[in-house]
Design a protein around this ligand. Structure first.
Ligand SMILES: Cc1cc2nc3c(=O)[nH]c(=O)nc-3n(C[C@H](O)[C@H](O)[C@H](O)COP(=O)(O)OP(=O)(O)OC[C@H]3O[C@@H](n4cnc5c(N)ncnc54)[C@H](O)[C@@H]3O)c2cc1C
Length: 302
């Protein structure tokens, strides 16, 4: 019987493992793919407090070692479902089941991809899914933002203050995002709105150098020279397997506030997988610490 089973070994899950182990709990962190989570692919992280510059890989490696050194266990296993109640949960993976008094869900999100052939290969070489994280690497350069919702519009406004030029590419003429953002964008001298266009190909060998766009109405092609492409067409939370035990919002995020408490007693949600405004390493780590702290308190009061 584990005191705490953590699902997901991203920043939130590994921080939860670290805090739980230091709190004297018997804890295991289960990870479906490989520890580290989303940040592993990022070549440079410059906004984690106290660490001016580190690769996502080194950041994850450090946190993983720190968690193990503190006594947390780790196992590669994809969790498929949870049954039971506070004090006696059963956490099922593809091949076995773990007994747990409490469960911390730290399953993160996946960025929705454009589905272009070299998209993955160019990620970190000009293609990014996070303007807040990577915008600074494109200071005084030309970038494109692809998307039509608030995230895309906010990203474009943010990037217009850093970059020389920002293209906003959207497949429809009308944006889904708020009109106030659209107005703000249209008033900016260094922003060019390209609608109704889709990205047909990402061009460049060592880094992104241009994009070929396809006009969604006429099928005409146009090339634009850019140093970067920010894809902002949404994120997909990894929570469907747990929809029967915790409440999700319409977009699939686990309903939980800063206290990480979910609709089910004894299950906590930490990091990008929960409803929140800022999805970053610092907020994921904060959630991991809070979730472990809440679980420890609940166990001690059992
Ligand atoms: C390219 C890129 C660059 C970024 N750069 C920065 C940056 O510079 N600074 C910054 O602050 N933030 C950055 N971010 C955002 C940051 O990475 C996330 O906010 C952070 O990783 C969230 O951590 P998390 O632990 O909540 O989720 P994740 O990192 O998504 O980790 C969740 C883990 O859970 C696992 N998992 C999911 N479902 C299951 C299951 N059923 N069973 C077992 N395991 C499961 C996943 O495989 C994954 O490893 C970046 C994101 C990306 C994609």
């Amino acid at each position: 019987m584990y005191d705490i089973v953590v699902i997901g070994a991203g920043t939130a899950g590994m921080t939860a493992g670290l805090y739980a182990a230091r709190g004297g709990m018997k804890v295991i962190v289960l990870e479906g793919e490989g520890y580290g989570g989303q940040i592993v692919v990022s070549p440079e992280v410059e906004n984690y407090p106290g660490i001016p510059n580190i690769s996502g890989y080194d950041f994850s490696e450090g946190l993983y070692k720190q968690m193990l050194d503190c006594g947390a266990e780790y196992k590669q296993a994809n969790v498929t479902r949870i049954e039971g109640d506070f004090g006696s949960f059963k956490v099922y993976t593809d091949s076995e089941a773990f007994d747990a008094k409490t469960v911390i869900l730290a399953t993160g999100v996946k960025n929705r991809k454009l589905g272009l052939s070299n998209e993955e290969q160019m990620t970190g070489l000009g293609v990014s899914y996070c303007a807040t994280c990577d915008g600074n690497f494109f200071r005084k350069k030309t970038v494109a933002v692809n998307g039509g919702g608030n995230t895309a519009l906010e990203d474009a406004i943010f990037l217009s203050k850093i970059c020389e030029k920002v293209y906003v590419i959207h497949r429809r003429n009308a944006f889904r995002g708020e009109e106030a953002y659209v107005k703000q964008l249209k008033a900016l001298d260094n922003v060019e709105i390209m609608t109704p266009y889709t990205v047909d190909s990402i061009n460049g060998t060592e880094r992104v150098t241009s994009l070929t766009l396809n006009n969604a109405e006429t099928n005409d092609k146009v090339d634009i020279d850019v140093n970067g492409l920010f894809v902002a067409i949404g994120q997909v939370p990894n929570n469907q397997a747990f929809a029967d035990v915790v409440e999700l919002d319409e977009a699939g995020y686990i309903k939980a506030l800063e206290d990480t408490l979910t609709s089910k007693k004894g299950i906590y949600a930490a990091g990008d997988c929960r409803t929140k405004e800022v999805r970053q390493l610092a907020t994921a780590a904060a959630d991991g610490a809070t979730a472990a702290y809440k679980a420890i308190n609940d166990i001690n009061l059992m």
